[in-house]
Design a binder for this molecule. Structure first.
Ligand code: MOS
Length: 754
């Protein structure tokens, strides 16, 4: 375990024993025994059940709801509609910052997408509320819907993703293409996807006067708190949100959703606590999705296989009333060296709910096109795809010219290829069969994701019994944050894990930033780490300034903290416990604060990304076209590994999403009604055990001194990038057929699209 170099708050070197340990999830037993209380498991006294009625049309107006019938149903207490909804202090369509997601909370009778909430039925039981909602028999005035990337005029959005420019140009792409001896010009299509976390969006809301208590899964407690405070016109201090567990989020719980706000409004309307949980099909509309993309990649290379130009254009979609766009082309800024790179985006406005961040937004979709195109380019050059990637390895970030803060991608390629057996791969397609006569193909893709860190805060305390408390409003979506962060907390305080109480998951704790962008371990972890350093510095001040202490005169930088004691760095036989230091000072406890401020000089000097390489094997029935991903090896380098068991699990999850992207997930929209036709987990297929082959994830060693003092890059999303391309390239290698529409389904193999 390497030493942790602290930031300026204190110069003590900590010899932590918790970071790097493959601990199991601390909440694992609670979850498998059913003792973990998720939002919808809460039943405050007097609670009512709210059920959404949602629109069956995608565009138009609600002209009639049979309120009488619904209200007359036994058990129904109230029906909330635009006519009687509580007034909001803020327009739910107002966009005061770019991260505001416009909400449908019954502000009027307009329908802007299918499955939009149009009424809320509140009843004594879930059954009564559900039946009441079916009795509303809405009537509509409908307008022609716009579904599909050809459905509207396209335009260039002002910004994409988190506000990046929609277009970038570096060098002369047309000149690069003109001098190329090999060229490709290929168009790839990805389907709309819906997040479909196992736990649907849910809320239990209870008002007490103007105070509000909320149980709700959230990936961003502080942002949710601010949004609720604004919408209801009450101070944030009057709102308490609890989100101790999430059954997955994948981005869709990053911002509070319209249905959750409706739960709060319903509780306001009836003056009793209300629970509102989305049904599975209601998650196909109001809570975000991944927009479809059509990406055109043009590439050229010289006769040695060196790229001369990359042009990556994305056409995607947003809703008619908001602005989130999937920034798919931006992946081409990072991965391959080329003297000319240009990226661009355009979008159409469709009658769908607004798209939202969905696991690796942009990178996941973009890497499918880029990694497929690289494979096609290698084929055109007659080169092995790994050799082609190494030939075009980016030593500096191509679009900015900045050096990478660290980049162990060569090691990822080497270790992944070795483990997979890549060297035995025949260059040509359709060369391998298994004993059963199935076609076998091997493909690869490069993975990458930016190393982000946001603003976050934490508080740490050491008590005079020698134990500690660390607090930050972090979010555990199932990824294991509460375990990994507790490991950082214990090392930060120089204590054993069982001596530290780690508190997170509620809105009254210091803001830990959003659990998104694969940034949470870095953000919350650095806040925790610096809060610990602050406490230790205060303890060191108490000891080294007191002649009665064996540490007297050692100087603040002259001590180290370990297992609840401070030691003289120059003479470790002289030490004192935290409890002794506090007792002599007459203190019950000592508190420190920390935050996760990034180093602006490092941020502006270095490009910061995690990298990886994914190798995939598929087997394909030559007559039926049935595709099975049978074996995947991923090798990833993402800086310091806090907990190898949890990190490996994140990589597995990402790779499974990649398989899903390549072969399964597809929201099918009816172009006439605008309704999703498969809004259920029976027909919207996400991988189950039978779809997931042998998976292996290699944790490639990488040290990064610039991303943050702990060297953490983030592992949540990178696994999904590279993987879908690797599977698609394996499909080509097995069959010689290049499918450019995702998911790759058997019908496309039997009748390949020209
Ligand atoms: Mo994520 S899509 O950054 O939760």
């Amino acid at each position: 375990m390497p030493e942790i170099v602290l930031t300026q708050a204190s110069a003590h070197l900590r010899h932590g024993s918790n970071i790097g340990q493959p601990l199991t999830r601390r909440d694992g037993v609670l979850k498998v025994t059913g003792a973990a209380r998720f939002a919808a498991d809460n039943h405050p006294p007097g609670m009512l059940y709210a059920v959404l009625a949602v629109s069956s049309i995608a565009r138009g107006r609600v002209t009639f709801l049979d309120l009488q019938a619904a209200k007359a149903h036994p058990g129904v207490v109230e029906v909330m509609t635009p006519a009687n909804k509580p007034l909001l202090a803020e327009d739910p369509d107002a966009k005061t910052n770019p991260f505001i997601f416009r909400l449908d909370v019954l502000q009027n009778d307009h329908v802007r997408y299918a499955n939009q909430p149009i009424a809320v039925v509140i009843a004594e039981t879930l059954e009564a509320a559900t039946e009441g909602a079916t009795l509303l028999f809405p009537r509509y005035e409908t307008e022609a819907v716009r579904i599909g990337l050809e459905a509207g005029e396209s335009f260039i959005p002002p910004g994409v993703g988190i506000g990046n420019p929609a277009e970038t140009h570096q060098g002369d792409v047309e000149a690069g293409l003109a001098v190329a001896s090999r060229r490709i010009d290929a168009t790839y299509e990805t389907a709309a996807q819906y997040h479909n976390a196992m736990e649907p969006h849910a809320i239990v809301a209870a008002w007490d006067g103007d105070s509000l208590s909320i149980d709700m899964p959230s990936q961003g407690l502080a942002m949710a708190l601010g949004r609720v405070a604004g919408l209801f016109g009450i101070p944030p201090e009057s709102i308490h949100i609890r989100s101790p567990f999430l059954g997955g989020g994948f981005g869709s719980k990053g911002l509070i959703s319209g249905p959750q706000v409706l739960g709060i409004m319903a509780a306001r309307l009836v003056g009793r606590p209300v629970k509102l949980v989305l049904r599975r099909e209601q998650m196909f509309g109001p809570v975000g999705h991944r927009a479809p993309t059509r990406q055109t990649v043009r590439m050229g290379s010289d006769s040695d296989g060196a790229l001369t130009a990359i042009d990556h254009h994305t056409k995607t979609a947003s809703s008619t009333f908001d602005d989130f766009f999937e920034p798919a082309s931006d992946i081409s800024h990072t991965l391959y060296a080329s003297p000319a790179i240009s990226t661009s985006h355009e979008a159409v406005r469709l009658d769908t709910g607004t798209p939202l961040f969905m696991r690796a937004p942009g990178e996941a979709t973009g890497s499918i096109a880029l990694e497929s195109a690289i494979d096609e380019m290698a084929e055109a050059c007659g080169m092995d795809p790994l050799a082609f990637r190494l030939k075009n390895y980016a030593e500096v970030e191509p679009i900015s010219g900045k050096p990478f803060s660290s980049k162990a991608l060569r090691d990822c390629y080497a270790q992944g290829a070795e483990r997979f057996g890549w060297a035995r791969r025949p260059l040509a397609s359709r060369q391998m069969r298994d004993d059963a006569g199935l076609l076998v193909g091997w493909g690869m893709g490069t993975a990458t994701f930016p190393a982000l860190m946001f603003q976050g805060q934490a508080r740490a305390v050491v008590r005079n019994d020698g134990t500690g408390i660390v607090e930050t409003g972090a979010h555990d979506m199932g990824q294991g944050a509460s375990t990994a962060l507790a490991q950082i907390a214990a090392d930060g305080l120089g204590l054993d894990l069982d001596q530290v109480e780690f508190r997170s998951g509620t809105s009254d704790l210091p803001d830990a930033g959003i659990a998104g962008g694969s940034s949470h371990t870095a953000t919350a972890g650095m806040a925790i780490h610096s809060a610990g350093a602050d406490v230790i510095a205060r303890l060191a001040d108490l000891a080294t300034g007191d002649e009665r202490s064996p540490l007297f005169g050692a100087g603040n930088a002259g001590v180290i903290a370990r297992r609840g004691r401070l030691f003289r760095r120059d003479d470790e036989s002289r030490s004192e416990s935290y409890a002794e230091i506090l007792a002599r000072a007459g203190l019950a406890e000592i508190e420190g604060r920390g935050n996760s401020a990034a180093d602006p000089a490092a941020q502006s000097s270095y490009a910061m990304h995690a990298h990886g390489a994914v190798f995939a094997e598929v087997k394909i029935d030559p007559e039926l076209g049935q595709i099975r991903a049978t074996r995947l090896v991923g090798a990833f380098a993402a800086g310091r590994v806090i907990n190898p068991r949890l990190v490996r699990s994140q990589y597995y999850g990402g790779m499974i999403w990649g398989i899903s992207f390549a072969l399964h997930e597809h929201a099918v929209m009816d172009p006439r009604s605008g309704r999703p036709m498969n809004p259920n987990l029976g027909e919207y297929h996400v991988p189950v055990n039978a779809d997931v082959p042998s998976l292996e994830a290699i944790l490639v060693e990488e040290h990064d001194s610039y991303v943050n003092a702990l060297g953490i890059k983030g592992v949540g999303e990178i696994g999904i990038t590279g993987t879908a391309g690797a599977v698609a390239n394996a499909v080509w290698h097995a069959t010689g057929i290049r499918i450019r529409q995702f998911p790759i389904t058997l019908d496309r193999l039997i009748e390949p699209t020209p």
